[in-house]
Ligand binder design. Structure first.
Ligand code: PAJ
Length: 276
């Protein structure tokens, strides 16, 4: 893969990369369309990265279907599908990881220790192997994009990071490979993540600026459904992820909720009306 990318770069081609863990859906495909439009050669990787899963997480159960994914990649115009094995990326004696100082100490990083260390490491490796000029990530994993942008800046990586918007089901649920775990009975509970974000923006529209009030209302809405356990509901600074007390400018609202055994995340930027 590295030799191929070097060769294509020498030919003057612009390369883009969309890294994924597979079981592709329209969210992934939207990133591919974005990448394709900005490059000559679109590379997609499918790799269920063991180092970003905790010991009690769903690495073994993570849904996989390479045959279906290959067909979807082809229809999305992917030029090269890169599907390494864990032993290719983490050989015997592997011991080098990338950790960030403070961005992982918030939101998902708190309940998934080591997760972003695994993400940063594998993304850096994929960048070195595929050598893209451009890489496209989804805003759905807001903290992930922030961490990757920070890593690229801090380690002088020569890759432009583009973030694509969250693609949703018709009922508002953010598309996710993990939605495959949900039963029909759990759908209303799963939908409550997006509903609570919409309701929070409405509260902001009506002049509520107290973060505690908004978070409380969102938690109540989510908890009104059976089978939900809130991991976090947070309103924080959109760059540093530090918690906020009042909303006096655009703020990130991010949440993670377990619906049965399925952990779902969603986020939005709450925007107060500052015209007065
Ligand atoms: P994965 O969950 O497969 O997601 C791959 C990319 O698709 C990520 O950039 C993610 O933010 C984006 N994505 C997922 N759901 C989306 C949606 N509903 N709308 C738009 N984009 C969406 O994220 C990972 O894999 C891994 O952590 C990875 C970056 C590949 C490193 O292993």
């Amino acid at each position: 893969m590295q030799a191929l990318s070097t060769e294509m770069r020498l030919q003057g081609k612009i390369l883009s990369l969309v890294p994924t863990m597979g079981f592709l859906h329209e969210g992934h495909l939207s990133l591919m369309h974005r990448a394709k439009a900005a490059s000559d050669i679109l590379i997609t990787s499918i790799f269920v990265n063991p180092t970003q899963f905790g010991p009690n997480e769903d690495f073994g159960a993570y849904p996989r279907n390479l045959e279906r994914d290959s067909a979807l990649c082809q229809s999305a115009g992917v030029d090269i599908l890169f599907t390494p094995e864990a032993s290719d990326l983490y050989g015997d004696g592997y011991q080098t990881y990338i950790s960030l100082e403070s961005l992982p100490n918030h939101l998902c990083g708190l309940s998934r220790p080591g997760h972003f260390r695994g993400v940063a490491t594998v993304v850096a490796k994929l960048f070195h192997i595929t050598q893209p000029h451009i890489a496209v990530f989804g805003q759905k994993d807001y903290q992930q994009v922030l961490i990757i942008r920070r890593m690229v800046q801090d380690l002088d990586m020569n890759v432009d990071i583009i973030a694509g918007p969250t693609i949703r089901e018709p009922d508002g649920l953010a598309k996710s490979s993990r939605n495959a775990y949900l039963t029909d009975a759990q759908r209303p509970a799963a939908r409550s993540l997006h509903q609570s974000l919409l309701m929070s923006q409405k509260m902001v529209d009506s002049g509520v600026v107290d973060v505690k009030l908004i978070v409380k209302a969102a938690c109540l809405l989510i908890q009104s459904f059976d089978d939900t356990v809130i991991d976090y509901v947070s309103i924080c600074h959109s760059e540093t992820l530090e918690p906020l007390e009042t909303i006096d400018g655009p703020a990130l609202m991010a949440l993670a909720v377990r619906v049965g055994k399925t952990r779902l995340i969603d986020n939005t930027i709450l925007k107060p009306d500052l015209t007065e």
